[in-house]
Design a protein around this ligand. Structure first.
Ligand code: NAD
Ligand code: DAU
Length: 350
C-alpha cells in the first residue's frame, strides 16, 4: 500500500479508520475525500490532521472531474470506500439522495479506479464497505452468511445492495481487484446522534423522551467501531481479491434491553437516581418496513484472517457514554442548526 484514498473519512466509521491507518502506516499516504455533509465533521480528525502522511480533500464522490483528477494527482493505488448516506430513516424520507451518493458515487469511483489502473494489478485494491442490511430481515433464528441471498427492504439497504452489485460486476466484467465487507450495527465515539445509541445518550443528558420504535423488540448485532476499523485493516491487507467478508459482534440485543442497559449506565454516570432515564422511554410509531432482526456469522473473517471483536459490549457502551459526556462541545455543535429541523420532522408527528 502506498497511496490510499479513503472516502467518507470524516464520518463516524471513516474517521476511526483514517486514524488507525495514518498511525499504523507512516509510509503510506492517506487521502481522505469527504463532502462534509451533516454527518461529516473534521473535529473527528483534529488529532491527526497535521500528520505528514495525511491529506484532506473536500469534495463529492459523484463529481467525475474531481475524482478522476484525484486518482491522477495522488497516484492512488488503493481505495477504501465508506462515503454514503447511511441513515435508514432519512432514506425513507428522501430516497433519491441515497441513489445519488450510494449508487452513482460508487460507480463514479469504480470508473476512476478502472481508468487509472487499467483494470488493476496485484498491488491495487478497491475495498467497498457495505452493510448487513442488504441481506434483509431474519426471523428468530439463523445468521447472515456471505452466501445469504440479497433481500434489501429499505431505500438505504436497496442503494447499498445496488452499489455492492456494481462492485462485483466490475470484478467479473473488467477484472477490477475488488473486496467487500458487510458489517452489523456499529456504535462508539463520534457517531452522529441520529442513530439509536448516541441519540438516546443525548436525549438522556437533556432529559428528553426516548422514542422507541414499535414495541422495541427488533434485534441488532452491535460491534464497537474500533473493532470494525481493525477488521477493515485486516481485510485490506490480508483479504483475497473478489471475496466478501461478513463482520459482526456476535452480540445480539433486543432494542428495549439495550436501551434499559444504557439507561442504567447513564443514571450512574450522571449521578441520577436509579430509574430516572428509564422513565423517559416513550413507545412511538414504528419505522416503515422496520427489519426485525439482523445477526452476522463472522466465521469466515475469523477462520481465514484471524479477526475477532476485542471489546465487550458492556465495556464498549461504557467507553461510548464516557466519550459523549466528556465531548459536550462536539455534541452541542452537531445538535444545533439543521439537526433541530431534522428532529422535529422525524419525531414530532410520531
Ligand atoms: P456516516 O453517515 O457517519 O458518514 C458518512 C460520511 O460520508 C460523512 O463524513 C459524509 O460527509 C460523507 N459523505 C456522504 N456523502 C458523500 C459524498 N457524496 N461524497 C463524499 N463524501 C460523502 O456513516 P458511517 O456510519 O460512518 O458509515 C460509513 C460506511 O459504512 C457507509 O458506507 C455505511 O453504509 C457503512 N456501514 C455503516 C454501519 C453503521 O452501523 N454505521 C454498519 C455497516 C456498514
Ligand atoms: O446494520 C448495519 C446498519 O446499522 C448500518 O448499515 C446503518 O448505516 C446504520 O444506521 C444501522 O442501521 P439501523 O437502522 O439498524 O440503526 P439505527 O441506529 O437507526 O436503529 C437501530 C434500531 O433502533 C432499529 O431497530 C431502529 C431503532 N430505533 C432507532 C432510532 C433512531 C428506535 O427505536 N428509535 C430511534 O429513534
Amino acid at each position: 500500500m502506498k497511496n490510499i484514498l479513503i472516502t467518507g473519512g470524516a464520518g463516524f466509521i471513516g474517521s476511526h479508520l483514517v486514524r488507525l491507518l495514518v498511525r499504523k502506516y507512516p509510509d503510506s499516504l492517506i487521502v481522505n475525500l469527504d463532502k462534509l455533509t451533516y454527518a461529516g465533521n473534521l473535529l473527528n480528525l483534529a488529532d491527526i490532521e497535521k500528520s505528514p502522511n495525511y491529506r484532506f480533500v473536500k469534495g463529492d464522490i459523484v463529481d467525475e472531474k474531481l475524482v478522476f483528477s484525484l486518482f491522477k494527482e495522488y497516484d492512488i493505488d488503493t481505495v477504501v470506500h465508506l462515503a454514503a448516506e447511511s441513515h435508514v430513516d432519512r432514506s425513507i424520507a428522501n430516497p433519491m439522495e441515497f441513489v445519488h451518493t450510494n449508487v452513482t458515487g460508487t460507480v463514479n469511483l469504480l470508473n476512476a479506479a478502472r481508468h487509472q489502473w487499467k483494470n488493476g494489478s496485484e498491488s491495487n485494491r478497491f475495498y467497498h464497505i457495505s452493510t448487513d442490511e442488504v441481506y434483509g430481515s431474519l426471523g428468530e433464528t439463523g445468521l447472515f452468511t456471505e452466501k445469504t441471498p440479497y433481500d434489501p427492504r429499505s431505500p438505504y439497504s436497496a442503494s447499498k445492495a445496488s452499489s455492492d452489485h456494481f462492485v462485483r460486476a466490475y470484478f467479473h466484467t473488467y477484472g477490477m481487484p475488488v473486496i467487500l465487507s458487510n458489517c452489523s450495527n456499529n456504535y462508539g465515539p463520534n457517531q452522529f446522534p441520529e442513530k439509536l445509541i448516541p441519540l438516546f445518550i443525548n436525549n438522556i443528558i437533556n432529559k428528553k423522551p426516548l422514542p422507541v420504535y414499535g414495541k422495541g423488540e427488533n434485534v441488532r448485532d452491535w460491534l464497537y467501531v474500533i473493532d470494525h476499523a481493525r477488521a477493515i485493516d485486516t481485510i485490506l491487507t490480508k483479504g483475497r481479491s473478489g471475496e466478501t467478508y461478513n463482520i459482526g459482534g456476535h452480540n445480539e440485543w433486543k432494542n428495549i434491553d439495550l436501551i434499559r442497559l444504557l439507561c442504567s449506565i447513564m443514571d450512574k454516570k450522571l449521578g441520577r437516581p436509579v430509574g430516572t432515564s428509564e422513565s423517559l422511554i416513550s413507545f412511538v410509531k414504528d419505522r416503515a418496513g422496520h427489519d426485525m432482526r439482523y445477526a452476522i456469522d463472522a466465521g469466515k473473517v475469523k477462520m481465514e484472517l484471524g479477526w475477532e471483536p476485542s471489546v465487550s459490549f458492556e465495556q464498549g457502551l461504557e467507553k461510548t457514554v464516557d466519550w459523549y459526556l466528556s465531548n459536550e462541545e462536539w455534541l452541542r455543535q452537531v445538535t444545533s442548526g439543521n439537526y433541530l429541523d431534522y428532529y422535529r420532522e422525524q419525531y414530532e408527528e410520531r
